[in-house]
Design a protein around this ligand. Structure first.
Ligand code: SF4
Length: 477
């Protein structure tokens, strides 16, 4: 448990601009670990009309503050309540911007739960206080009232601190080291956690080698199995045999009780099977509800398996990619009685979607230059420790500033060379892994942009392929 008294603070204000707006309500909770020592609450007379949107958001009306003290009249009480304790808040910079011009809380250590959460929960969908409270199982709700929200902040902080203590001491120490030259609103708590972990002798794992891709080297790296070999005398794809899988009483109908037979879908399946088998082009226009993806996936999967080859499937939208990988391809596997390793399917993305271990090692070695670099770097290190794959989609980045840092860490590196990095990174490069997996896959799902980029650079982006299905082809350009 954190061996210090802290104060969780929240303000309600008449607006977002500290130069023009003012404080309407103050809530604070003084606590030591889970024990609440005291609470502070006051409404504040804003000496101006309360905007209607603020009343709508908070429920605080002009009548409620009519007898309240002014801000000047409550500042001494608040200063006394907080003392020199570290102050915890969510987006604390906002609250402090209203108080520091009054010479309040200028020297207290600050802990921003937004910063903490964005590092310790690198894949959380959102970082607003209400969402974090629900995510972390806090039995209190945010209400946009200062004391309620200060209580939620305290509870969220304690749960985040537990997560921090669960990290290896070496990782906490590295983040403290990286943060040292910068004025980061989470440094204090990382330092406290490091001391606590060392005091209690919690050693999660041996110290990592500093300044290398040691974290990435811990990623489970599995070489894809070789593609299955073509059995002797395997017959070419029979369109009727493929279509039968989708017919009433076929494999799909038997396995999925809500499977719906659609004659146009079966017709399309036959046509795709015929085109693949005869090695000719096919263009299909089919309306919504035809079930186009299954209609091409079933023959494509069978064709790739029987001919020991790969079929590239290009989509326009990420939604369709997700649908293929998460729903349709698993359904095809089931219908064909195959395991995941027997019918292998991967998504291959553009280079900017993969973390580059070499660039990560460089930033760890050189240190972040500003708070955005620090936050994203710390977030990435925690993400990898938690089993992150190095694929951008998993990581939550907020705003252009964090995206800009990602662009320094992704695989869009001019010096990128799988041959050089294979030795240096021990095979732990996510881009290299994705490409290796794609080379052994039967179905390689890409988006239109990557497909066209491959054409543009002379087929050096995708593994070699002879069979291509372009979905949502009316968007191809
Ligand atoms: S192969 Fe490219 S992306 Fe991978 S570590 Fe090397 S430079 Fe980075």
């Amino acid at each position: 448990m954190l061996n210090a008294t802290l104060v969780a603070l929240d303000l309600e204000t008449t607006g977002l601009d500290a130069d023009k707006d003012t404080v309407l309500e103050i809530g604070a909770v003084r606590f030591r670990g889970p024990r609440i020592e005291a609470e502070f609450h006051t409404l504040v007379h804003p000496q101006r009309p309360i905007p209607s949107f603020v009343t709508k958001l908070t429920g605080i009306t002009q009548a409620m503050v009519a007898q309240a003290p002014t801000l000047d009249e409550v500042l001494d009480d608040l200063a006394e309540f907080v003392g020199d304790a570290p102050v915890v808040g969510h987006n604390l910079g906002f609250d402090l911007s209203f108080l520091r011009p009054h010479d309040l809380l200028r020297d207290n250590p600050v802990i921003d739960t937004y910063e903490l959460a964005s590092v310790l929960l690198p894949t959380a969908e959102r970082y607003n206080l209400g969402y974090l409270g629900r995510l972390l199982g806090v039995p209190l709700s945010t209400t946009h009232r200062a004391l309620d929200d200060a209580r939620v902040t305290q509870a969220v902080f304690l749960r985040l601190y537990e997560r921090l203590l669960a990290l290896p001491a070496s990782l906490i120490a590295e983040i403290v080291r990286l943060a040292w030259p910068l004025n980061w609103s989470a440094t204090w708590v990382f330092q406290e956690a490091l001391e606590e972990v060392q005091r209690r002798g919690i050693v999660s794992e041996p110290p990592r080698e500093e300044g290398t891709s040691a974290v990435l080297l811990d990623l489970p790296y599995r070489l894809p199995e070789a593609a299955p070999s073509l059995p002797e005398g395997e017959p070419a794809l029979d369109p009727e045999e493929v279509a039968a899988l989708l017919e009433p009483g076929g494999s799909l109908a038997r396995r999925f009780p809500d499977y719906e037979y659609r004659s146009q879908q079966v017709e399309m399946t036959r046509a795709v099977a015929r085109a693949l088998g005869e090695g000719r082009h096919l263009m299909v226009e089919a309306g919504t509800g035809t079930g186009k993806s299954l209609a091409y996936l079933v023959p494509a999967a069978l064709f790739a398996l029987r001919h020991n080859t790969r079929v590239v499937i290009a989509t326009h939208t990420k939604n369709l990619q997700d649908q293929l990988l998460q729903k349709d391809i698993p359904a095809v596997r089931q219908a064909l009685d195959l395991e995941e390793g027997q019918l292998r399917a991967v998504v291959l993305k553009g280079r900017s979607n993969y973390l580059c271990p070499r660039r990560l090692a460089f930033m760890r070695r050189e240190g972040p230059r500003d708070l955005n670099e620090l936050r994203v770097l710390a977030k990435v290190l925690v993400w990898l420790h938690q089993g992150g794959s190095g694929v951008r989609d998993e990581l939550t980045l907020r705003g252009q500033a964090e995206e800009a840092v990602w662009s320094l860490l992704n695989a869009e590196d001019e010096g990128c060379s799988a041959a050089v990095c294979r030795d240096r990174m021990g095979g732990a490069c996510p881009l290299h892994q994705a490409r290796t997996a794609a080379e052994a896959a039967h179905l390689v799902v890409v988006n239109h942009a990557l497909l066209l980029a491959d054409v543009l650079v002379g087929q050096r982006v995708l593994p070699e392929y002879r069979y291509l299905i372009v979905g949502e082809a009316h968007h191809l350009e």
